[in-house]
Design a protein around this ligand. Structure first.
Ligand SMILES: [Zn+2]
Ligand SMILES: [Zn+2]
Length: 481
């Protein structure tokens, strides 16, 4: 029954390739290509979707599995009484099969974020199969492409194509296998549990997805049909929808504390829905970390379960990024946000762009009605500010046409950081070296401890108290005022 169409669908598994090619010699770059697939023939996805051909674009097998069967299950449930034992079992089995996807398919096989003992692997391959989301091999291959080519056309479930597309549209509509980015799955081809599950996928799905829940509820409390409908069909539906949210909701809702260049986001709601896979911005930055949530109070039952498995000897080698690396990423993102904020503020004309004035010219202009004040070699036009000067008009006027460096920096009043910031917005020129101001310019330039820090756009970052007009301990000889 697996589709032999070259579609990237959850049932588009390819057992033939595995049997014809020993896993050890499988080329790492070899995609999961179907032998019946002819790359020369144009694929249906290359034909625009029209009223006449739309049904050819639909992957009917997947549409039935993801939409058709759940709907029929809902209808059947109307005539099937729900026993409480069956409900409890269905919920427990929901978590087990969900963990098969999050802890098994995703964190163990797609990302190798920890190692599992053989019994745990078999358990995860079985319950993961019961979630009916394709074989481990197929799922992990696509997921690695999703990480490698996030948000691009090679991403099998790029959210850039729409929220519904990333949720399940990519499975319901046929995909061109040539489009999906290539990934290395040689390690999975070497894992006999993965290979076995891939080869016998259909049996695994039927047994773990439908037969097993029916048997449990049938033998234990004689509810065969309830087990089938609630423990099987409807439970599959909920697990599928929940885990599909990792591809849709987790790329759409929430914050981006580590990197905002791509779509992955962190949100507690996604975490609650997906058994802890909701800290997806972190996950895309640190994919081989066995955790998705790094804070103790964040909801990540998948992480907790892996940790418990380690305590009882079923899992080992749990990978964790050093918090130093994590904090670096977080800080850089914060820095980026700060830079964006800083870029929106007026810091005054950069010094290198200001016209150069001769000292005499400065004095001349100041004496002829322009309220110019030189502080640390920088000329400021305070005409519009004289009336608003908190220290009074007379005080500010006394600095006009003079070198007011010392006055401004403690000679008369040691101006605040905010005052230096405000002053910088009034800059109109710099004094050519010479006369009094040169002393300050040189003192400032020669201050080797003052590092000029620029943001990524090359704009100077002016820290509090590090404005060019701020001069500590100005020599008395320049107190020209
Ligand atoms: Zn993702
Ligand atoms: Zn992932």
């Amino acid at each position: 029954m697996p589709s032999h169409q070259p579609t990237a669908g959850m049932m588009a598994v390819d057992p033939l390739k595995l049997s014809s090619q020993p896993p050890a010699t499988a080329s790492p770059q070899e995609p999961n290509r179907n032998p019946k697939y002819d790359p020369k023939k144009s694929h249906i996805t290359e034909t625009p979707l029209t009223r006449k051909n739309w049904y050819k674009h639909v992957n009917w097998l997947n549409a039935i599995l993801i939409v058709g069967i759940p709907i029929s299950g809902c209808i059947a449930a109307l005539w099937t009484p729900l026993r409480w034992q069956t409900l409890v079992f269905a919920i427990a089995y929901y978590f087990a099969t969900g963990f098969g996807i999050t802890g098994g398919y995703h964190r163990l096989w797609a990302h190798s974020s920890y190692s599992a003992s053989t019994p745990l692997k078999i358990f995860l391959a079985a319950v993961g199969g019961g979630a009916v989301e394709g074989s481990i091999r197929w799922w992990a291959r696509d997921h690695r492409a999703h990480h490698r080519y996030t948000d691009t056309d090679k991403d099998p479930y790029s959210v850039r194509k729409g929220l519904l597309y990333s949720h399940f549209g990519w499975m319901i509509m046929k995909q061109n296998p040539k489009r999906i980015g290539r990934t290395d799955i040689s390690d999975l081809n070497d894992d006999w549990v993965v290979v076995w599950q891939h080869k016998h996928y259909l049996k695994v799905v039927l047994f773990m997805g439908l037969i097993f829940p029916s048997i449990v509820c049938g033998l234990a409390w004689d509810d065969w049909l309830g087990g089938f409908i609630y423990g099987g069909i409807l439970r599959i539906f909920f697990v599928q929808q929940a885990t599909f949210c990792v591809n849709s909701l987790a790329h759409w809702l929430g914050d981006q504390p580590f990197d905002d260049r791509n779509s992955p986001r962190d949100h507690v709601i996604t975490a609650l829905v997906t058994l802890g896979e909701g800290y997806h911005n972190f996950h895309h930055e640190f994919p081989s970390d066995y955790r998705n949530a790094i804070e103790w109070h964040q909801y990540d039952p998948t992480k907790w379960t892996i940790w418990l498995c380690k305590q009882v000897g079923l899992a080992y080698d749990l990978k964790q990024f050093r918090s130093n690396e994590i904090e670096k990423g977080r800080l850089q993102q914060m820095q980026k946000k700060l830079d964006q904020k800083r870029g929106k503020l007026d810091w005054g004309v950069p010094l290198e762009q200001l016209p150069v004035m001769e000292w005499d010219d400065y004095v001349d202009q100041a004496q002829n009605g322009r309220a110019l004040v030189a502080v640390a070699g920088v000329v400021h036009d305070v005409t519009d500010f004289v009336a608003d000067h908190p220290g009074g008009k007379a005080m500010i006027r006394s600095g006009i046409g003079k070198d007011a460096t010392a006055m401004f920096n403690g000679g008369v009043y040691n101006h605040s950081n905010a005052a230096h910031n405000l002053l910088s917005t009034m800059r109109v020129g710099v004094i050519r070296g010479g006369m009094e101001v040169e002393i300050w310019k040189r003192a400032h330039n020669e201050n080797k401890d003052t590092m000029v820090v620029k943001d990524k756009d090359g704009n100077r970052i002016v820290r509090a108290g590090a404005q060019v007009t701020k001069v500590f301990d100005p020599p008395a000889s320049a107190g020209a005022a």
